[in-house]
Design a protein around this ligand. Structure first.
Ligand code: SF4
Length: 395
């Protein structure tokens, strides 16, 4: 990948989704910043994350930590909010104590609306930041502040702002997996559960879109909606690894299995899906589809909830490059894996690992989030959404 190429690109991307782009679409190549380069947001190396994954506690330690956390949650007026990709212990404990396990959209909404003054967010940093932006007067704690995301790391605000400046006629739509500073440069925030609806509404109101940072999700949205979009060239290191050839082979081994795919996956993997959607949509599909076997192309942390909610059904992990002899990739996010019970107990006890977002950024960063929440709430209530889609970029 090359340094940001602002403006019309001579992209060398030969992937199927790139080939499907309209001539109005511009692909932007982007190189992950090196750790020691000036202004680098961080290097997308997962070695450090894997090295920080907590050791599994023994059954006795696990029980003691859970008791301690239950007690501390009450004492500190706190609630746990966990993502589907974190350790099953953190998912179960969140639900058992009156908190939530969900996708990033529902995590943000729940944290905003809950009466607790302290939110313990198990997930990755952008989720904690989003909670803080929506609830600036609450304390937001995270088990490990270094748990981040390749999409966030790969979209530093300086280069992203320059990209936006180069396309002033476009409405800026960013995925939730971005820093507070990038959100503050955006017109809309979307998650994978509402991106299609929002981009479709923007297209219907005549708007052209600048999309960041996930190129696979952006490509999927563009194919589904036909919207005029330009793309930042980011990817999720987990979903980017799913392989179509190996998936097709696994499907042959399990001919009755339905394939559920998260749209952060490459286009040729999405093309093999029986259902495509966010983590919540994957859960809904597994419950409602007339099948007892499923192949799942998303982070394998999701399998816990899928199996718990569907005891009579069988779920297989979709294959990644890690199936080859030398590659170590797997369908699990190393940053999600950094969240553990001991750190939840520690931050509740000490108040360490509080999320801080520059107060000067919060009002602007909140705008695109509030737009998304208002849009999704109206959609859920069956209300018209046209009035919620202001003309931001000149059509
Ligand atoms: S699974 Fe992918 S998108 Fe989610 S936090 Fe990890 S790197 Fe980011």
């Amino acid at each position: 990948m090359n340094a940001p190429a602002l403006g019309p690109s001579t992209s060398t991307d030969t992937s199927p989704f790139a080939a499907a782009f309209s001539s109005a679409t511009i692909a932007v190549d982007y190189e992950q910043p090196e750790a020691d380069s000036p202004g680098a947001a961080g290097v997308c190396s997962t070695r450090h994350a894997w090295a920080r994954v907590p050791v599994e506690p023994s059954q006795t330690e696990r029980a003691a930590l859970k008791d301690q956390i239950r007690h501390l949650l009450k004492e500190k007026n706190a609630v746990m909010v966990s993502h589907y990709y974190v350790h099953p212990d953190l998912q179960d404990l969140a639900e058992e104590t009156g908190g939530l396990v969900s996708d990033s959209l529902e995590m943000a909404r729940f944290g905003r609306d809950h009466a607790a003054q302290t939110l313990v967010v198990s997930g990755v940093k952008f989720m904690g930041e989003t909670s803080k932006i929506l609830s600036p007067h609450k304390t937001v704690l995270m088990p490990d502040l270094d748990a981040t995301c390749s999409l966030d790391l790969g979209c530093p605000v300086g280069a992203f702002s320059a990209f936006c400046d180069a396309h002033p006629d476009r409405t800026v739509v960013v995925y939730a997996n971005t820093s507070a500073a990038v959100k503050a440069r955006a017109d809309w925030l979307v998650t994978s559960s509402c991106a299609l609806d929002i981009v479709r509404a923007l297209k219907e109101s005549g708007q052209k879109i600048l999309w960041a940072p996930d190129r696979h999700l952006g490509g999927y949205i563009q194919r589904e909606t036909g919207a005029d979009m330009v793309f930042w060239n980011g990817a999720c290191i987990v979903h980017d690894e799913f392989k179509a050839f190996e998936l097709a082979s696994l499907k042959k081994e399990h001919p009755r299995a339905k394939v559920l795919v998260h749209p952060e996956s490459p286009a040729d993997v999405v093309a093999l899906a029986d259902a495509v959607g966010s983590t919540s949509a994957i859960l809904a599909a597994a419950r409602s589809m007339d099948a007892t076997e499923f192949i799942v192309a998303t982070d394998n942390g999701m399998l816990h909830k899928l199996r718990t909610l569907n005891p009579g059904k069988t779920f297989y992990e979709a294959p990644t490059a890690g199936n080859s002899a030398t590659c170590k990739s797997c369908a699990h996010c190393p940053w999600m894996a950094m969240n553990g019970l001991a750190d939840v107990a520690r931050v509740l006890e000490t108040g360490a690992n509080a999320i801080h977002v520059d107060p000067a950024l919060i009002p602007r960063a909140r705008q695109p989030i509030d737009r998304m929440l208002a849009f999704t709430a109206a959609r859920k209530a069956g209300q018209p959404v046209a009035g919620l889609v202001p003309q931001i970029g000149a059509a």
